[in-house]
Design a protein around this ligand. Sequence first.
Ligand code: GRF
Length: 196
Amino acid sequence: MINRVAIFVSGGGSNMKALVADMQGNHPARVCVVVSNNEDAGGIAWARAQGIATEVVDHRPYGDDRASFEAELTTALNRHGPDMICLAGFMRVLTAGFVTPWHGKMINIHPSLLPKYKGLHTHARALNAGDKIHGCTVHEVTALLDDGPILGQSKIDVVRGDTPDTLATRILVQEHKLYPAVLRRYCVGITSVLHL
Ligand code: GRF
């Protein structure tokens, strides 16, 4: 059975592109929709240009009413019958109400070696801490932010002169290898930690 994958983006979507590029041939999954909270997300324009279905649910009209935002997100998502969700730079925190029904079927990529540096500004925080090793993590999504079982990690050396930007650039290269590799395994039920 081919897994139908929904990819959630808020920005340029370079991880989304890496996932889509990998989902070909004998891959056990195919993208069925790209979802965003941001109509102007570069990832949405790219997906449309590829002929991939898209859905945009702007979070702003909902203010603090996350439940209503997530209900609309669910309605949009369900139009495409996804089997699983890949968060790829989706910049809204999803509550338990949304996450719980997708337990075991939603994964995320985060630019740090979790459990270190959950949340934002991971590269600056790694530099400030004097870390010599940094990296990225793919993990299952739970209702706790950047928590959930780790499925894969990739490490890089932090070198003299590194800045948040240089780290982000080098780690993104690793992200684009790690995320597709983890997705391939996850689709066939492999949840042991992949080290790339
Ligand atoms: C990546 O660094 C990812 O780890 C984080 O958000 C960024 C998204 O980048 N969750 P892109 O939109 O995939 O280029």
